[in-house]
Design a protein around this ligand. Sequence first.
Ligand SMILES: Cc1ncc(COP(=O)(O)O)c(C=O)c1O
Length: 395
Amino acid sequence: MENKNYRFETEAIHSGYHSDEHKGSLVPPLYQTSTFTFSSAEQGERRFAGQEEGFIYSRLGNPTVKVLEDRMAHLERGEAGLAFSSGMAAVSAVLTALTKTGDHILCSQGVYSSTFGLLELLKSKYNIDHDFSAMTSSETLENELRPNTSCIYIETPINPTMQLVDLEMAASVAKQRGIPVVVDNTFCSPYLQTPISHGCDIVIHSATKYICGHGDVIAGLVIGTSEFIKRVAKTTQKDFGGTISPFDAWLLLRGLKTLPVRMDRHCENASMLVEYLKTHPKVETLYFPGFSDYENDTKIMHKQMKKPGGLISFTIKGTKETAQLFMNHLRLIKIAVSLGDAETLIQHPATMTHAVVPKEERRKMGIEDTLLRLSVGLEAWEDIKEDLEQALQNI
Ligand SMILES: Cc1ncc(COP(=O)(O)O)c(C=O)c1O
């Protein structure tokens, strides 16, 4: 692709790929190989010594994977990207690269449950402590930083309560302290939000979700400066080994081409369903970016997000059993964790994604027993609404 800045929709299809380097193949070829041959022993020596560009072994790099990494770096406005075998492989490679024993991580009020598990593990095994912060203003954020805080870790919107964190505010506080801001951008994808363009340093994705979009891959991505990505590639990725398979990278490249089209539809469907759910007598509280009463959220949303996204959380009036009964009455909507797929999915965070988080911590994160999270799919929104309607009538 020529050196011109195209619009997001065009970059999602073309960036990072030059067909003339691949015998004219329109689609990036799948290099399904574990290793690469050297033309001589000396060439092998030069490649290992870093004196010659070229592939060595697919845990250290692969041409199909490289197209994905370059494309995602472009879309996220970063310098370089790195692909992983799962979102959690990406999170753990980043956090272990940024910390050492005795450090502290300051996190947004809620994080994905396995990220929570990883933080607990880092604390118990390596004495790397963490705290959760509401991050509502620069003053509160500054006060919660410790002398040994080595990074700020943010999810926005926060899973599953959809609270937002002001990325520019967090980045400006972190800059003064000279520490990096890491953002898990899974819920938005780069189509809705690009944290690096708001001053943040590192972006993580569970590519399993919107980047893939078809529910058939588990993968992760990290985007940052060339220096940081090189460091992770040569240490916590290479030696822990959470590398993506070339076939999964190839599927992600296919998914990425339709990301803008899919995201528009996810967002459109979600907005229609919010309109329906917000006045329903059996729905107690609705959580949707820009809709909830969180202070400043609407302002933050307009500042950093293109649209509110495709995820809706809501509490049902009643008990945990009422919420489960409602789920069991659904016919079209599938009961499953994950998000960002063509199929609309519903899950019960208290007993599913966040079951490992102790009840008291869950309460602080706003995860009640009647809370449900809906990942709005690409079906006709009227069909999704009718399914919600009949299930609500049955409780
Ligand atoms: C916000 C967020 N981050 C990270 C992850 C972990 O990703 P993976 O399941 O691909 O390891 C998830 C998974 O649901 C997630 O929702």
